[in-house]
Design a binder for this molecule. Structure first.
Ligand code: NAD
Length: 487
Protein backbone atom coordinates (compact mmCIF):
# COMPACT_ATOMS: atom_id res chain seq x y z
CA UNK A 1 0.00 0.00 0.00
CA UNK A 2 1.58 3.25 -1.09
CA UNK A 3 -0.24 6.44 -1.70
CA UNK A 4 0.81 9.82 -2.88
CA UNK A 5 -0.15 11.57 0.36
CA UNK A 6 1.79 14.79 0.74
CA UNK A 7 0.79 17.49 3.23
CA UNK A 8 -0.37 20.80 1.77
CA UNK A 9 1.95 23.81 1.71
CA UNK A 10 5.25 22.06 2.19
CA UNK A 11 8.18 24.48 2.07
CA UNK A 12 9.99 24.67 -1.29
CA UNK A 13 13.29 24.34 0.54
CA UNK A 14 14.49 24.11 4.12
CA UNK A 15 16.90 26.83 5.19
CA UNK A 16 18.96 27.85 8.18
CA UNK A 17 17.58 30.49 10.54
CA UNK A 18 20.30 32.84 11.72
CA UNK A 19 19.89 36.21 13.43
CA UNK A 20 16.21 36.35 12.50
CA UNK A 21 16.72 35.49 8.83
CA UNK A 22 16.10 32.41 6.72
CA UNK A 23 19.31 31.68 4.84
CA UNK A 24 20.88 29.18 2.46
CA UNK A 25 24.30 27.75 3.22
CA UNK A 26 27.15 30.09 2.35
CA UNK A 27 28.48 27.54 -0.15
CA UNK A 28 24.96 26.86 -1.50
CA UNK A 29 25.18 23.17 -0.63
CA UNK A 30 22.03 21.18 0.15
CA UNK A 31 21.07 17.63 1.08
CA UNK A 32 18.07 15.54 0.11
CA UNK A 33 15.23 14.82 2.52
CA UNK A 34 13.24 11.66 1.83
CA UNK A 35 9.61 10.67 2.29
CA UNK A 36 9.91 7.43 4.32
CA UNK A 37 6.87 5.87 2.65
CA UNK A 38 8.31 6.15 -0.87
CA UNK A 39 11.95 7.06 -0.27
CA UNK A 40 11.57 9.78 -2.86
CA UNK A 41 13.23 13.12 -2.24
CA UNK A 42 10.51 15.62 -1.32
CA UNK A 43 12.63 18.65 -0.42
CA UNK A 44 16.24 19.85 -0.21
CA UNK A 45 17.64 21.28 3.00
CA UNK A 46 20.58 23.64 3.42
CA UNK A 47 23.71 21.66 4.31
CA UNK A 48 25.46 23.80 6.92
CA UNK A 49 29.24 23.82 7.28
CA UNK A 50 31.72 25.46 9.61
CA UNK A 51 31.13 28.92 8.07
CA UNK A 52 27.37 28.70 8.66
CA UNK A 53 27.90 27.58 12.25
CA UNK A 54 30.26 30.54 12.72
CA UNK A 55 27.56 32.93 11.51
CA UNK A 56 24.99 31.37 13.84
CA UNK A 57 27.31 31.38 16.87
CA UNK A 58 28.24 35.01 16.18
CA UNK A 59 24.54 35.96 16.16
CA UNK A 60 23.84 34.00 19.34
CA UNK A 61 26.90 35.51 21.06
CA UNK A 62 25.81 39.04 20.15
CA UNK A 63 22.28 38.36 21.40
CA UNK A 64 23.73 37.02 24.64
CA UNK A 65 26.21 39.86 25.21
CA UNK A 66 24.11 42.78 24.01
CA UNK A 67 20.48 41.69 23.73
CA UNK A 68 17.68 41.85 26.27
CA UNK A 69 17.00 38.11 26.70
CA UNK A 70 19.55 37.16 29.41
CA UNK A 71 18.72 40.36 31.29
CA UNK A 72 14.94 39.98 31.36
CA UNK A 73 13.15 39.11 34.58
CA UNK A 74 12.14 35.45 34.84
CA UNK A 75 8.49 36.53 34.72
CA UNK A 76 9.07 38.32 31.40
CA UNK A 77 10.83 35.35 29.86
CA UNK A 78 8.11 33.11 31.24
CA UNK A 79 5.46 35.09 29.34
CA UNK A 80 7.30 34.52 26.08
CA UNK A 81 7.66 30.80 26.86
CA UNK A 82 3.95 30.52 27.59
CA UNK A 83 3.16 32.21 24.29
CA UNK A 84 5.43 29.66 22.57
CA UNK A 85 3.50 26.86 24.32
CA UNK A 86 0.18 28.40 23.20
CA UNK A 87 1.38 28.62 19.60
CA UNK A 88 2.69 25.04 19.58
CA UNK A 89 -0.61 23.86 21.04
CA UNK A 90 -2.67 25.79 18.51
CA UNK A 91 -0.59 24.25 15.68
CA UNK A 92 -0.44 20.73 17.05
CA UNK A 93 -2.30 19.17 14.13
CA UNK A 94 -0.07 20.79 11.53
CA UNK A 95 3.01 19.88 13.52
CA UNK A 96 1.89 16.29 13.83
CA UNK A 97 1.08 16.13 10.12
CA UNK A 98 4.55 17.35 9.14
CA UNK A 99 6.34 15.23 11.74
CA UNK A 100 4.49 12.10 10.73
CA UNK A 101 5.15 12.75 7.02
CA UNK A 102 8.86 13.45 7.55
CA UNK A 103 9.65 10.72 10.10
CA UNK A 104 7.11 7.97 9.31
CA UNK A 105 5.67 8.06 12.85
CA UNK A 106 1.96 7.20 13.18
CA UNK A 107 -0.02 10.45 13.13
CA UNK A 108 -1.80 9.88 16.46
CA UNK A 109 1.53 9.35 18.21
CA UNK A 110 3.06 12.39 16.48
CA UNK A 111 0.14 14.46 17.79
CA UNK A 112 0.88 13.33 21.35
CA UNK A 113 4.50 14.37 20.88
CA UNK A 114 3.50 17.84 19.61
CA UNK A 115 1.42 18.34 22.76
CA UNK A 116 4.33 17.24 24.90
CA UNK A 117 6.49 19.85 23.19
CA UNK A 118 4.03 22.57 24.24
CA UNK A 119 4.00 21.14 27.76
CA UNK A 120 7.80 21.30 27.95
CA UNK A 121 7.69 25.05 27.35
CA UNK A 122 4.87 25.56 29.81
CA UNK A 123 6.69 23.54 32.44
CA UNK A 124 9.91 25.59 32.28
CA UNK A 125 7.90 28.83 32.09
CA UNK A 126 6.47 27.88 35.50
CA UNK A 127 9.71 26.60 36.93
CA UNK A 128 11.76 29.78 36.39
CA UNK A 129 9.26 32.00 38.18
CA UNK A 130 9.10 29.58 41.09
CA UNK A 131 12.89 29.22 41.22
CA UNK A 132 14.41 29.67 44.69
CA UNK A 133 18.17 29.77 45.07
CA UNK A 134 20.15 28.78 48.12
CA UNK A 135 21.12 31.18 50.90
CA UNK A 136 23.19 30.26 53.97
CA UNK A 137 23.58 32.42 57.04
CA UNK A 138 25.96 32.30 59.98
CA UNK A 139 24.15 34.67 62.39
CA UNK A 140 26.11 37.81 63.17
CA UNK A 141 29.09 36.69 61.07
CA UNK A 142 28.42 35.87 57.48
CA UNK A 143 25.75 35.67 54.85
CA UNK A 144 26.14 33.63 51.63
CA UNK A 145 23.84 33.38 48.69
CA UNK A 146 23.81 31.79 45.26
CA UNK A 147 23.65 33.92 42.18
CA UNK A 148 22.35 31.89 39.24
CA UNK A 149 23.42 33.10 35.82
CA UNK A 150 22.86 31.95 32.23
CA UNK A 151 26.07 30.59 30.69
CA UNK A 152 26.07 31.82 27.09
CA UNK A 153 25.51 30.10 23.76
CA UNK A 154 24.16 26.58 24.15
CA UNK A 155 24.76 24.14 21.27
CA UNK A 156 21.81 21.74 20.96
CA UNK A 157 22.25 18.60 18.85
CA UNK A 158 19.22 16.36 18.44
CA UNK A 159 18.24 13.01 16.86
CA UNK A 160 15.53 12.11 14.35
CA UNK A 161 13.21 10.19 16.66
CA UNK A 162 10.36 12.44 17.86
CA UNK A 163 12.51 15.36 16.66
CA UNK A 164 10.26 18.33 17.50
CA UNK A 165 9.52 17.10 21.02
CA UNK A 166 13.17 16.31 21.76
CA UNK A 167 14.22 19.74 20.46
CA UNK A 168 11.69 21.35 22.82
CA UNK A 169 13.13 19.37 25.73
CA UNK A 170 16.42 21.23 25.23
CA UNK A 171 15.19 24.55 23.82
CA UNK A 172 12.74 25.23 26.65
CA UNK A 173 15.20 25.06 29.59
CA UNK A 174 18.09 26.62 27.62
CA UNK A 175 15.94 29.64 26.72
CA UNK A 176 14.07 29.79 30.04
CA UNK A 177 17.34 30.30 31.90
CA UNK A 178 18.39 33.18 29.62
CA UNK A 179 20.87 31.49 27.31
CA UNK A 180 20.93 31.90 23.55
CA UNK A 181 21.07 28.82 21.34
CA UNK A 182 22.22 27.23 18.11
CA UNK A 183 20.17 24.14 17.27
CA UNK A 184 21.50 21.48 14.89
CA UNK A 185 18.57 19.16 14.21
CA UNK A 186 18.92 15.65 12.76
CA UNK A 187 19.48 15.52 9.02
CA UNK A 188 16.93 12.74 8.40
CA UNK A 189 14.05 14.88 9.75
CA UNK A 190 14.56 18.66 9.38
CA UNK A 191 10.94 19.53 8.50
CA UNK A 192 9.28 20.15 11.86
CA UNK A 193 12.32 22.05 13.17
CA UNK A 194 11.77 24.58 10.40
CA UNK A 195 8.57 25.64 12.20
CA UNK A 196 10.38 26.91 15.29
CA UNK A 197 11.50 30.16 13.64
CA UNK A 198 7.93 31.34 12.94
CA UNK A 199 6.70 30.25 16.36
CA UNK A 200 9.51 32.05 18.19
CA UNK A 201 9.11 35.23 16.13
CA UNK A 202 5.38 35.33 16.78
CA UNK A 203 5.90 34.73 20.50
CA UNK A 204 8.28 37.70 20.70
CA UNK A 205 11.62 35.96 21.26
CA UNK A 206 14.26 38.62 20.51
CA UNK A 207 16.30 38.32 17.33
CA UNK A 208 19.46 36.20 17.50
CA UNK A 209 18.38 34.27 20.62
CA UNK A 210 17.35 31.20 18.61
CA UNK A 211 19.44 30.10 15.64
CA UNK A 212 19.16 26.91 13.63
CA UNK A 213 21.71 25.37 11.29
CA UNK A 214 20.76 22.27 9.32
CA UNK A 215 23.34 19.84 8.04
CA UNK A 216 25.18 16.61 8.53
CA UNK A 217 26.55 15.63 11.90
CA UNK A 218 30.14 15.41 10.71
CA UNK A 219 29.95 18.94 9.22
CA UNK A 220 27.52 21.25 11.04
CA UNK A 221 27.34 19.17 14.25
CA UNK A 222 31.10 18.81 14.45
CA UNK A 223 31.69 22.53 13.87
CA UNK A 224 29.25 23.40 16.65
CA UNK A 225 30.97 21.03 19.08
CA UNK A 226 34.40 22.49 18.19
CA UNK A 227 33.38 26.15 18.29
CA UNK A 228 35.27 27.85 21.11
CA UNK A 229 32.42 30.30 21.85
CA UNK A 230 29.90 27.55 22.63
CA UNK A 231 30.48 26.57 26.27
CA UNK A 232 27.60 24.06 26.51
CA UNK A 233 26.67 21.10 24.34
CA UNK A 234 23.45 19.25 25.01
CA UNK A 235 23.40 16.12 22.86
CA UNK A 236 20.87 13.35 22.33
CA UNK A 237 21.79 10.52 20.00
CA UNK A 238 23.77 7.32 19.69
CA UNK A 239 26.29 6.34 22.33
CA UNK A 240 29.12 6.16 19.76
CA UNK A 241 28.37 9.72 18.59
CA UNK A 242 28.30 10.80 22.23
CA UNK A 243 31.77 9.35 22.75
CA UNK A 244 33.07 11.26 19.74
CA UNK A 245 31.52 14.52 20.93
CA UNK A 246 32.89 13.95 24.42
CA UNK A 247 36.40 13.72 22.98
CA UNK A 248 35.94 16.70 20.67
CA UNK A 249 34.65 18.85 23.54
CA UNK A 250 37.50 17.94 25.88
CA UNK A 251 40.02 20.56 24.66
CA UNK A 252 37.43 23.27 25.40
CA UNK A 253 36.26 21.80 28.76
CA UNK A 254 32.65 22.25 27.67
CA UNK A 255 29.65 21.51 29.83
CA UNK A 256 28.08 18.34 28.45
CA UNK A 257 24.70 16.72 28.76
CA UNK A 258 24.46 13.38 26.98
CA UNK A 259 21.27 11.39 26.45
CA UNK A 260 22.40 8.28 24.61
CA UNK A 261 21.25 4.86 23.44
CA UNK A 262 19.46 2.10 25.30
CA UNK A 263 18.55 -1.57 25.37
CA UNK A 264 16.10 -1.40 28.21
CA UNK A 265 14.73 -4.54 29.87
CA UNK A 266 11.10 -5.19 30.78
CA UNK A 267 11.10 -7.80 33.55
CA UNK A 268 7.89 -9.79 33.99
CA UNK A 269 7.64 -11.87 37.17
CA UNK A 270 5.21 -14.78 37.45
CA UNK A 271 3.07 -12.93 40.00
CA UNK A 272 2.49 -9.93 37.67
CA UNK A 273 -0.87 -8.98 36.27
CA UNK A 274 -0.12 -10.68 32.97
CA UNK A 275 -2.79 -8.97 30.85
CA UNK A 276 -1.51 -5.53 31.79
CA UNK A 277 2.14 -6.55 31.50
CA UNK A 278 1.70 -8.02 28.01
CA UNK A 279 -0.16 -4.96 26.72
CA UNK A 280 2.44 -2.66 28.22
CA UNK A 281 5.33 -4.68 26.78
CA UNK A 282 3.76 -4.57 23.30
CA UNK A 283 3.30 -0.81 23.59
CA UNK A 284 6.76 -0.38 25.13
CA UNK A 285 8.62 -1.80 22.17
CA UNK A 286 6.37 -1.05 19.16
CA UNK A 287 5.07 2.46 19.88
CA UNK A 288 6.90 5.23 18.03
CA UNK A 289 7.87 2.48 15.53
CA UNK A 290 10.26 1.08 18.13
CA UNK A 291 12.41 4.15 17.44
CA UNK A 292 12.31 5.16 21.08
CA UNK A 293 15.36 5.48 23.32
CA UNK A 294 13.50 4.01 26.31
CA UNK A 295 11.91 1.15 24.33
CA UNK A 296 11.58 -2.07 26.34
CA UNK A 297 13.46 -3.98 23.67
CA UNK A 298 14.48 -6.94 25.86
CA UNK A 299 11.70 -8.75 27.69
CA UNK A 300 12.75 -11.05 30.52
CA UNK A 301 9.99 -13.41 31.65
CA UNK A 302 9.90 -15.75 34.65
CA UNK A 303 9.79 -19.35 33.48
CA UNK A 304 6.48 -20.25 35.18
CA UNK A 305 4.60 -17.89 32.85
CA UNK A 306 7.11 -17.84 29.98
CA UNK A 307 5.27 -20.08 27.49
CA UNK A 308 1.95 -18.33 28.05
CA UNK A 309 3.60 -14.91 27.77
CA UNK A 310 5.43 -15.79 24.56
CA UNK A 311 2.32 -17.21 22.92
CA UNK A 312 0.10 -14.28 23.83
CA UNK A 313 2.78 -11.68 23.05
CA UNK A 314 3.28 -13.24 19.61
CA UNK A 315 -0.46 -13.23 18.89
CA UNK A 316 -0.89 -9.56 19.84
CA UNK A 317 2.24 -8.58 17.91
CA UNK A 318 0.78 -10.13 14.75
CA UNK A 319 -2.29 -7.91 15.20
CA UNK A 320 -0.39 -4.60 15.62
CA UNK A 321 -1.63 -2.47 12.76
CA UNK A 322 1.06 -1.46 10.30
CA UNK A 323 -0.11 1.35 8.06
CA UNK A 324 0.48 4.64 6.37
CA UNK A 325 1.80 7.24 8.82
CA UNK A 326 -1.07 9.70 8.24
CA UNK A 327 -3.78 7.05 8.83
CA UNK A 328 -5.18 7.54 12.36
CA UNK A 329 -5.64 3.78 12.81
CA UNK A 330 -1.95 3.05 12.16
CA UNK A 331 0.05 1.73 15.11
CA UNK A 332 3.40 1.18 13.37
CA UNK A 333 4.35 3.34 10.39
CA UNK A 334 7.46 3.48 8.20
CA UNK A 335 10.96 3.69 9.67
CA UNK A 336 12.66 7.00 9.21
CA UNK A 337 15.16 6.37 6.42
CA UNK A 338 16.41 3.59 4.10
CA UNK A 339 19.79 3.51 5.90
CA UNK A 340 18.04 2.86 9.19
CA UNK A 341 15.69 0.35 7.53
CA UNK A 342 18.72 -1.63 6.27
CA UNK A 343 20.19 -1.65 9.76
CA UNK A 344 16.96 -2.85 11.40
CA UNK A 345 16.39 -5.49 8.69
CA UNK A 346 19.92 -6.83 9.19
CA UNK A 347 19.01 -7.48 12.85
CA UNK A 348 15.75 -9.14 11.81
CA UNK A 349 17.77 -11.55 9.62
CA UNK A 350 20.36 -12.09 12.35
CA UNK A 351 17.60 -12.79 14.86
CA UNK A 352 16.46 -15.77 12.83
CA UNK A 353 19.69 -17.55 13.80
CA UNK A 354 19.82 -16.12 17.33
CA UNK A 355 16.26 -16.77 18.51
CA UNK A 356 12.89 -18.37 17.72
CA UNK A 357 10.80 -16.12 15.49
CA UNK A 358 7.29 -15.80 16.91
CA UNK A 359 5.96 -12.82 14.93
CA UNK A 360 6.95 -10.65 11.99
CA UNK A 361 10.38 -11.29 10.55
CA UNK A 362 10.48 -9.17 7.39
CA UNK A 363 8.53 -6.67 5.31
CA UNK A 364 4.81 -6.56 5.99
CA UNK A 365 2.64 -7.60 3.07
CA UNK A 366 1.10 -4.84 1.01
CA UNK A 367 3.86 -2.27 1.45
CA UNK A 368 6.02 -2.49 -1.64
CA UNK A 369 7.93 0.75 -1.08
CA UNK A 370 9.34 2.62 1.86
CA UNK A 371 10.93 1.59 5.12
CA UNK A 372 8.38 -0.92 6.42
CA UNK A 373 9.36 -3.59 8.93
CA UNK A 374 6.76 -5.93 10.48
CA UNK A 375 6.65 -5.82 14.26
CA UNK A 376 9.02 -8.68 15.04
CA UNK A 377 9.50 -10.81 18.15
CA UNK A 378 12.13 -13.45 18.89
CA UNK A 379 11.81 -15.82 21.87
CA UNK A 380 14.48 -17.94 23.60
CA UNK A 381 17.18 -15.36 22.94
CA UNK A 382 20.44 -16.02 24.76
CA UNK A 383 22.08 -13.10 26.60
CA UNK A 384 25.19 -13.28 24.44
CA UNK A 385 23.15 -12.84 21.23
CA UNK A 386 23.73 -9.60 19.38
CA UNK A 387 19.96 -8.95 19.26
CA UNK A 388 20.03 -9.07 23.09
CA UNK A 389 23.07 -6.82 23.45
CA UNK A 390 22.84 -4.20 20.67
CA UNK A 391 20.42 -1.33 20.21
CA UNK A 392 18.28 -2.04 17.14
CA UNK A 393 16.04 1.03 17.45
CA UNK A 394 13.16 -0.48 15.51
CA UNK A 395 10.10 -2.72 16.04
CA UNK A 396 12.14 -5.77 17.09
CA UNK A 397 12.17 -7.43 20.51
CA UNK A 398 14.17 -10.22 22.17
CA UNK A 399 12.43 -12.38 24.81
CA UNK A 400 14.45 -14.42 27.32
CA UNK A 401 13.34 -16.65 30.24
CA UNK A 402 14.67 -16.51 33.80
CA UNK A 403 14.09 -18.51 36.99
CA UNK A 404 15.11 -16.45 40.03
CA UNK A 405 15.20 -12.78 41.05
CA UNK A 406 19.00 -12.93 41.00
CA UNK A 407 19.03 -14.24 37.47
CA UNK A 408 16.54 -11.58 36.36
CA UNK A 409 18.79 -8.87 37.78
CA UNK A 410 21.90 -10.32 36.20
CA UNK A 411 20.20 -10.48 32.79
CA UNK A 412 18.73 -6.99 33.17
CA UNK A 413 22.19 -5.54 33.89
CA UNK A 414 23.95 -7.60 31.25
CA UNK A 415 24.38 -4.96 28.50
CA UNK A 416 26.57 -1.89 28.18
CA UNK A 417 23.44 0.31 28.37
CA UNK A 418 21.50 1.55 31.39
CA UNK A 419 18.70 3.87 30.31
CA UNK A 420 15.36 2.48 31.54
CA UNK A 421 13.89 -0.64 33.12
CA UNK A 422 10.27 -1.78 33.51
CA UNK A 423 9.35 -4.19 36.30
CA UNK A 424 6.09 -6.13 36.45
CA UNK A 425 5.33 -7.85 39.79
CA UNK A 426 2.74 -7.68 42.54
CA UNK A 427 5.37 -8.16 45.24
CA UNK A 428 5.99 -4.67 46.58
CA UNK A 429 9.26 -5.47 48.32
CA UNK A 430 10.70 -7.22 45.29
CA UNK A 431 9.72 -4.27 43.06
CA UNK A 432 11.51 -1.69 45.21
CA UNK A 433 14.56 -3.88 45.83
CA UNK A 434 14.85 -4.60 42.12
CA UNK A 435 14.64 -0.89 41.33
CA UNK A 436 17.45 -0.25 43.80
CA UNK A 437 19.75 -2.80 42.15
CA UNK A 438 18.99 -2.50 38.48
CA UNK A 439 21.48 -0.42 36.48
CA UNK A 440 19.07 2.02 34.86
CA UNK A 441 18.59 5.76 35.06
CA UNK A 442 14.81 5.36 35.13
CA UNK A 443 12.64 2.53 36.43
CA UNK A 444 8.94 2.11 35.87
CA UNK A 445 7.28 -0.26 38.38
CA UNK A 446 4.01 -1.74 37.13
CA UNK A 447 3.79 1.32 34.98
CA UNK A 448 4.34 2.21 31.38
CA UNK A 449 6.61 4.90 30.08
CA UNK A 450 4.80 7.86 31.63
CA UNK A 451 6.93 10.91 32.35
CA UNK A 452 6.70 13.44 35.14
CA UNK A 453 8.63 16.47 33.89
CA UNK A 454 9.97 17.22 37.37
CA UNK A 455 11.90 13.95 37.61
CA UNK A 456 15.46 13.44 36.37
CA UNK A 457 15.67 11.93 32.89
CA UNK A 458 18.91 10.22 31.90
CA UNK A 459 20.86 7.02 31.75
CA UNK A 460 23.82 5.30 33.37
CA UNK A 461 26.69 3.38 31.74
CA UNK A 462 26.70 3.87 27.94
CA UNK A 463 23.24 5.48 28.06
CA UNK A 464 24.37 8.89 29.11
CA UNK A 465 25.93 11.49 31.26
CA UNK A 466 23.98 13.92 33.41
CA UNK A 467 20.26 14.43 33.58
CA UNK A 468 17.62 16.50 31.89
CA UNK A 469 14.30 17.40 33.48
CA UNK A 470 13.11 19.81 36.13
CA UNK A 471 15.81 21.49 38.19
CA UNK A 472 18.55 19.33 36.61
CA UNK A 473 18.01 21.14 33.34
CA UNK A 474 18.05 24.48 35.13
CA UNK A 475 21.35 23.49 36.77
CA UNK A 476 22.89 22.43 33.46
CA UNK A 477 22.06 25.69 31.70
CA UNK A 478 23.16 27.99 34.54
CA UNK A 479 26.28 28.85 36.51
CA UNK A 480 25.81 28.98 40.25
CA UNK A 481 28.03 31.67 41.69
CA UNK A 482 28.49 31.85 45.47
CA UNK A 483 28.48 35.34 46.99
CA UNK A 484 29.89 35.75 50.53
CA UNK A 485 29.25 38.78 52.74
CA UNK A 486 30.73 39.45 56.14
CA UNK A 487 28.07 40.77 58.50
P1 NAD B 1 23.09 10.07 15.93
O1 NAD B 1 24.06 9.97 17.05
O2 NAD B 1 23.42 9.44 14.65
O3 NAD B 1 22.77 11.60 15.59
C1 NAD B 1 22.25 12.49 16.55
C2 NAD B 1 22.62 13.91 16.16
O4 NAD B 1 24.04 14.05 16.23
C3 NAD B 1 22.23 14.29 14.74
O5 NAD B 1 21.78 15.63 14.71
C4 NAD B 1 23.55 14.15 13.98
O6 NAD B 1 23.62 14.95 12.84
C5 NAD B 1 24.53 14.61 15.03
N1 NAD B 1 25.91 14.16 14.84
C6 NAD B 1 26.33 13.02 14.24
N2 NAD B 1 27.69 12.96 14.25
C7 NAD B 1 28.12 14.07 14.87
C8 NAD B 1 29.42 14.59 15.19
N3 NAD B 1 30.53 13.94 14.85
N4 NAD B 1 29.50 15.75 15.86
C9 NAD B 1 28.37 16.42 16.21
N5 NAD B 1 27.13 16.00 15.92
C10 NAD B 1 27.00 14.84 15.26
O7 NAD B 1 21.72 9.50 16.53
P2 NAD B 1 20.35 9.25 15.74
O8 NAD B 1 20.53 8.04 14.90
O9 NAD B 1 19.90 10.53 15.14
O10 NAD B 1 19.36 8.95 16.95
C11 NAD B 1 19.10 7.70 17.46
C12 NAD B 1 19.89 7.49 18.75
O11 NAD B 1 19.52 8.46 19.71
C13 NAD B 1 19.60 6.16 19.42
O12 NAD B 1 20.79 5.60 19.88
C14 NAD B 1 18.70 6.53 20.59
O13 NAD B 1 18.68 5.63 21.66
C15 NAD B 1 19.27 7.85 20.97
N6 NAD B 1 18.29 8.63 21.74
C16 NAD B 1 18.50 8.79 23.08
C17 NAD B 1 17.57 9.48 23.85
C18 NAD B 1 17.78 9.67 25.31
O14 NAD B 1 17.13 10.53 25.88
N7 NAD B 1 18.67 8.94 25.95
C19 NAD B 1 16.44 10.03 23.24
C20 NAD B 1 16.26 9.83 21.87
C21 NAD B 1 17.20 9.15 21.13
Amino acid sequence: MTDAYIPADLPEKIQHYIDGELLDSLDGDTFEVLNPVTNETYVHAAAGKKADIERAVAAATKAFNEGPWPRMLPRERSRVLNRIADLVESRDKRLAELESFDSGLPITQALGQARRAAENFRFFADLIVAQADDAYKVPGRQMNYVNRKPIGVAGLITPWNTPFMLESWKLAPALATGNTVVLKPAEFTPLSASLWAGIFEEAGLPRGVFNLVNGLGEDAGDALVKHPDVPLISFTGESSTGQLIFGNSAPFLKGLSMELGGKSPAIVFADADLDTAIDACVFGVFSLNGERCTAGSRILVQRDVYDEFVERFGEITKRVKVGLPHDPTTEVGALVHPEHYEKVMSYVELGKSEGRLIAGGGRPEGFPTGNYVSPTAFADVSPDARIFQEEIFGPVVAITPFDTDEEALELANNTKYGLAAYVWTNDLKRAHNFAQSVQAGMVWLNSNNVRDLRTPFGGVKASGLGHEGGYRSIDFYTDQQSVHITL
